[in-house]
Write a protein that binds this ligand. Sequence first.
Ligand code: ZN
Length: 247
Amino acid sequence: MSKIKVTIWNEYRHEKRSEHIAAKIYPEGIHGAIASYLKKFDNFEVRTATLDEPFHGLPDEVLDNTDVLIWWGHIAHGEVSDEIVEKIYKKVLCGMGLIALHSAHLSKIFTKLMGTSCTLKWREIGEKERLWVVEPGHPIAEGIDEYIELEHEEMYGERFDIPQPDSLVFIGWFQGGEVFRSGCCFHRGYGKIFYFQPGHETYPIYYNEKILKVIKNAIEWAKPVKRIDTIQCYHIREPLEEVKISE
Ligand code: ZN
């Protein structure tokens, strides 16, 4: 079985700017934490890429060799090159999977693929979140119990301005009373997209085995079933059978 080629992209700014995050939460970066979990499995070929690398770590040879792209960004969405966003957009329409994590809801690539503002309500007081599985038969929920509890998380609340998801796998409930569509599946062209809400940078969420298991499941779900080289255009074709049109 061929391996799923996963590229974990991280803006990687909070981890450099905040001593607390660098020392106590993500010394290897958010990308490093997710990568070290995924590297335990034989079926993934894992690489990482960050904003400040040339081409944001995503030159053509990397995108051409990515089955599923994971995206974490927050304070520097505007610094991501439109040209690279356009390339990722086309790759998704041609079959590449995309997993948008947490504050990637406002990333250029996610909002372009959604076509809506993707805005939401938020509050950062470290309250509890309970992530309810609302589609237990979905492959992304495989191995997860009725819910996942996170002791501290940033609140994201409805309304989340996204198109109606093709499947809704998780609904998050927050201690302060709000709910949120926390695990949403979309199809765009040949590609699959999963938005997953947990992962505020000041909490060690990407070490939580259940959250990591959801990300692993999402990669397996979002891997391309069929990829094409370019976005196909409509063209004229001959009928397969003889068609007699009565006068
Ligand atoms: Zn956040």
